[in-house]
Design a protein around this ligand. Structure first.
Ligand code: HEC
Ligand code: HEC
Length: 254
């Protein structure tokens, strides 16, 4: 008995620490879903206008017109960090800023985790892009533009832009208009949220044409979907001879 007594405080501290870690490391996915459907807004002025699903979908597929970005495929950390940036004003957006400001830190963490675990979220057909533009975009992605001092995007965003979690977001399959807007905002010095200013420096080296090409290229990349074999690549719409770069993307480990 005395033996046990002596160890109890130690055990207590250990459990307390573990519980603390648990609370930090284990976001509540149910609560995240509740945030996504606008549950926290019930009865609040404005109703469910801020419900994430209305713009990003319940699975995070975003909006096929490209007005609202795809959230699925991004890491929980990146999504959470983006929410914090909207809330702090580092990233300014008329729609997202007030929505992020209305959420608690915990709610941002939970909803970020909820969207990060959505899997096998279908992609819309890839955009119809001029093959030469697609080729220019693919080249920027792979090797950059040496004469302008631009390095290849894959150096940080992973092969074909699948993303390198947690801090390098996926670009593959993201809507072209959204990617284009972000690059233009950086070019104009209007998008923060990137502490080392890596993206601002890169965007300033790109012409408007480069930005359009690389955005459309990444929007055209299709990641293999489970059970689809190679059928799911490039939406099946682009013949391989025209765009050999748009083959099956190797998994992150390769
Ligand atoms: C009325 C439409 C709308 C609603 C509702 C909405 N969003 Fe957004 N969201 C947008 C738009 C538009 C953008 C792009 C803003 C920009 O250019 O920075 C965006 C961007 C984002 C981004 C940045 C994505 C990236 O790749 O950097 C995150 C994360 C996000 N929203 C999460 C949420 C969450 C979580 C909710 C619910 C709490 C939500 N949004 C509700 C329209 C909406
Ligand atoms: C040295 C590393 C690095 C390189 C190279 C790089 N990026 Fe990024 N990129 C980042 C980081 C870090 C972020 C996340 C910034 C943030 O947290 O908002 C980012 C974010 C982005 C985003 C915003 C994605 C979103 O969901 O909002 C776009 C678009 C983007 N990069 C495009 C490119 C393109 C195009 C290239 C190649 C010309 C490129 N990047 C090269 C580091 C890099």
């Amino acid at each position: 008995m005395t033996e046990v007594r002596r160890h109890l405080p130690v055990l207590g501290i250990a459990c307390g620490l573990l519980a603390g870690l648990e609370a930090q490391a284990q976001p509540d996915l149910n609560n995240g879903r509740f945030v996504a459907v606008g549950g926290y807004l019930n009865g609040a002025p404005g109703g469910s206008a801020g419900a994430c699903f209305q713009c990003h979908g319940l699975d995070g597929a975003g909006d096929p017109t490209g007005a609202f970005p795809r959230l699925s495929g991004q890491s929980a950390w990146y999504l959470y960090d983006s929410m914090k940036d909207y809330a702090s004003g580092a990233r300014q957006n008329a729609i997202m800023t007030p929505i992020a400001q209305a959420l608690s830190d915990r709610q941002m963490e939970d909803v970020a985790a909820y969207y990060a675990v959505q899997e096998d979220v279908p992609f819309p057909p890839p955009p119809d892009v001029d093959p030469l533009m697609l080729q220019h975009g693919a080249a920027i992605s792979a090797v950059g533009i040496a004469r302008q001092g631009v390095q290849g995007c894959v150096n940080c965003h992973g092969p074909a832009g699948i993303g390198i979690p947690p801090s390098y977001p996926a670009l593959a399959g993201q809507y072209a208009s959204y990617l284009q807007l972000q690059l233009r905002l950086w070019k104009d010095g209007k998008r923060g949220g990137d502490p080392l200013n890596v993206m601002e420096n890169i965007a300033k080296l790109l012409t408007d044409e480069d930005i359009e090409a690389v955005s459309k290229y990444f929007a055209s990349v299709r990641l293999p979907q489970p059970g689809q074999g190679t059928e799911g690549t490039a939406g099946g719409a682009t013949p391989d001879t025209q765009a050999p770069q748009l083959g099956v993307v190797p998994s992150a480990g390769q």
